[in-house]
Design a protein around this ligand. Structure first.
Ligand SMILES: Nc1ncnc2c1ncn2[C@@H]1O[C@H](COP(=O)(O)OP(=O)(O)OP(=O)(O)O)[C@@H](O)[C@H]1O
Length: 237
């Protein structure tokens, strides 16, 4: 096993205009690992993902993917290297069909072809000619994940994929994340639900005020009641 992580983020600083949001974020994700990034609203989780994808106008620090520096590259070049973001708003083209949404994103050579997406998400296959805007929230989330997969990523970044979804759909998504993990995909998951994270994550890092304030495994997090009450939003009902 290679010692170098797939993604290494060191001392990452990021700004929105004059607002200095990320204040030295350190993250390491090993090949095949699912890292959960937790923290209260406004802690900087989405901003961290956007910075990794090259979507912030100003960033400083070290950002390495598969051993090569990616800080400062345009986002399309970062995507070409094998990172894919499933954004919080899902970014579906509402007027295009499910199939068209996938075809637009698909890249030659991806191990995740469109047929494999239909197999993984049968509900999407059944609605392949339906406009993206007519899908349910859960189906849109599946489509957003499918769209990221057909680009052939080595690292998938998921920003609150279960937000606003019914428990039965959340359970399906957890199964999907497990399948992706079993297929060897590395993932960075931002998620409000600690329960969901506990079901899939190998390791946890907690952000507060734009910096990592805690990291460890599930047992350590379960044992650290003070950390949970200070940094995690209450579990959704
Ligand atoms: N476009 C923007 N312009 C200016 N400030 C922003 C912008 N987007 C976010 N912020 C600020 O950056 C900080 C971090 O926000 P971010 O969205 O990264 O937090 P988060 O941890 O993902 O929380 P949430 O769960 O609320 O999405 C917050 O103080 C937020 O107000």
């Amino acid at each position: 096993m290679s010692a170098a992580p797939l993604l290494r983020v060191r001392g990452l600083n990021g700004w929105y205009g004059k607002s200095h949001i990320l204040q030295g974020v350190d993250i390491a994700i090993r090949e095949g690992e699912l890292l959960a990034l937790l923290g209260r609203n406004g802690a900087g989780k989405t901003t961290t993902m956007r910075a990794i994808m090259g979507l912030l106008s100003r960033t400083e620090g070290e950002l390495e993917f598969a051993g090569a520096p990616i800080l400062g590259l345009p986002s399309y070049a970062i995507a070409q290297r094998g990172l894919a973001l499933v954004p919080e708003n899902r970014g579906i083209f509402g007027a295009l069909t499910v199939e068209e949404n996938l075809k637009l994103a698909a890249r030659r050579g991806s191990p995740w072809g469109i047929e494999r997406i239909w197999a993984m998400f049968p509900a999407l296959g059944a609605r392949r000619r339906t406009p993206g805007g007519k899908l349910s929230g859960g189906e849109q989330q599946m489509l957003a994940i499918g769209r990221a997969l057909v680009t052939g990523p080595r690292l998938l970044l998921l920003d609150e994929p279960t937000e606003g979804l019914a428990p039965v759909i959340v359970a399906q998504l957890v199964e999907i994340l497990r399948e992706l993990k079993a297929a060897g995909l590395s993932m960075l998951l931002v998620e409000q639900s600690l329960e969901t994270c506990m079901a899939v994550a190998d390791r946890f890092q907690i952000l507060d005020g734009g910096a990592i304030v805690w990291e460890g495994g599930s047992q350590a997090l379960l044992a650290a009641a003070d950390v949970r009450s200070r940094h995690l939003t209450l579990e959704r009902a």
